[in-house]
Design a protein around this ligand. Structure first.
Ligand SMILES: *Cc1c(COP(=O)(O)O)cnc(C)c1O
Length: 425
């Protein structure tokens, strides 16, 4: 079967894509011959914005030339560095400026948020999560339960998809909350499930949690920079995310958190540090802790400038692209890939990710129907062909055409690569 028609169609779509020039603003990983790889792994590590190098060099220069003075006199004074990221993050989160903060790493932020928003009392002790949650999230949740002297066997409620299925319907969660809501202290849910790529209706989940009298928080590791988000209007109590997946902040980049306005002056206990102190009096260094209003009041330490800098470069590209345009391209690109996969490989691959555009971001999770052994060969073959995807046990290939830097041609190349990979013995 000739795949040329698909490639031709893809190139026409790329030629008509107003966001296509953004690809040239990223460094593309290359093979040994210097040819760019077909990179479809932005769900794991986003590509490097070319501007990141210049911006980091500027910080290194300011440090070299100014030393401690750089806190105030650097071209981007370090003392207010986290605030430089706020507008861009607020846009992506669908939040007000003071509802977001760039800080720490994802799991650390999850702990900080649970320190405030998981307050088990009486019979209301449960944290509801999805079964099969990302390992780090589960470790964090279990250890928080134990931290309160409680037994995870009693306080952890894990919700699984119906038997034999991959996807959870939000109504399973709303039914659980309607039936047993008075036992639930916190619902912690992903924006996008990392293995299946399923996206959830955050407003519906929040409303159900609040009706039950529970707090509701979201892990947006795979949501920020990928889904259209409206955290403020959806009413989430908190959310956390990392900086290195769709946010392209670089390995281990500065992460972030959202805390809803209604908690801006919260008196809930928190794990405090000087950077969360009201900036107006932070440097008086007095013993009493006066939290800054808003999400910034959950900061602990002064931010790592060198890990925050690439995020600035990336958020600038999001701003240039504009979120509605990115969203439209994302849907078109993922639908293009999905249609080609369904048409050609329905026998060999199951698209696990929901087909409805509201129920997914850009990621597609593909089950290799022949099982694990064949699946490992498929991913190895793709790699040998210069196509970067990844593998989740036991049988899932994950790919993400990212609208900031991927082309329709990349989707066509994956389809051609799968032709070779699936045909091999
Ligand atoms: C990527 C990811 C993490 C990673 O946690 P770090 O604290 O950034 O190391 C955690 N949870 C989920 C759901 C993720 O997708």
């Amino acid at each position: 079967m000739s795949l040329d028609p698909l490639l031709t169609q893809a190139r026409l779509l790329d030629a008509a894509d107003p966001l296509a020039p953004l690809r040239a603003r990223f460094a593309l990983p290359r093979d040994a011959q210097g040819e760019p790889l077909t990179y479809l792994c932005g769900h794991s590590l986003g590509l490097a914005p070319l501007d990141a190098r210049r911006l980091i060099e500027e910080e290194l220069d300011d440090w070299a030339n100014l030393g401690v003075e750089g806190h105030h006199r650097a071209r981007r004074p370090w003392i207010g560095y986290a605030e430089l990221l706020q507008d861009g993050l607020a846009q992506l989160a669908g939040a007000r400026r003071d509802e977001v903060v760039a800080m720490n790493s994802l799991t650390v932020n999850l702990h900080l948020m649970m320190a405030s928003f998981y307050r088990p009392q009486g019979k209301r002790i449960a944290i509801v999560v999805e079964e099969g949650a990302f390992s780090s999230d589960r470790h964090a949740v279990v250890s928080q339960i134990q931290w309160h002297g409680l037994d995870p066997a009693q306080a952890l409620t894990e919700l699984a998809p119906p038997r034999g299925q991959d996807l959870i319907d939000e109504s399973q969660l709303t039914e659980l909350l309607a039936a047993r809501g008075d036992e639930v202290a916190l619902v912690l849910w992903p924006g996008v499930q990392y293995r299946t790529g399923q996206a959830f209706d955050l407003g519906r989940i929040t409303a159900a949690a609040h009706r039950a009298g529970a707090h509701c928080g979201f892990d947006l590791a795979h949501g920020m920079g990928n889904l259209p988000l409206a955290l403020h209007d959806d009413g989430a109590d908190f959310a956390v995310w990392c900086g290195y997946k769709y946010l392209n902040g670089g390995p281990g980049a500065l992460a972030g958190a959202f805390v809803h306005d209604r908690h801006a002056r919260s008196t809930l206990p928190r794990l405090a540090g000087w950077w969360g102190h009201d900036p107006a009096s932070r440097f008086r260094m007095e013993p009493g802790f006066v939290p800054a209003p808003g999400a910034g009041g959950w900061q602990v330490s002064n931010p790592p400038i060198l890990s925050a800098t690439p995020l600035l470069a990336s958020l600038q590209l999001f701003a240039e692209a504009g979120l509605p345009g990115l969203q439209a391209k994302s849907r078109a690109l993922t639908a293009f890939l999905e249609a080609a996969l369904r048409e050609r490989y329905a026998q060999a691959l199951e698209v696990v990710t929901p087909g409805r555009p509201e129920a997914r971001g850009c990621q597609l999770s593909l089950r290799v129907r022949a099982g694990r052994e064949k699946g490992r060969k498929v991913i190895a073959s793709l790699e040998a062909q210069g196509i970067v995807a990844d593998w989740r046990e036991p049988d899932i290939v994950r790919v993400a055409p990212v609208p900031l830097y991927n082309r329709f041609e990349d989707a066509a190349r994956l389809v051609a690569g799968l032709d070779v990979a699936l045909a091999a013995p």
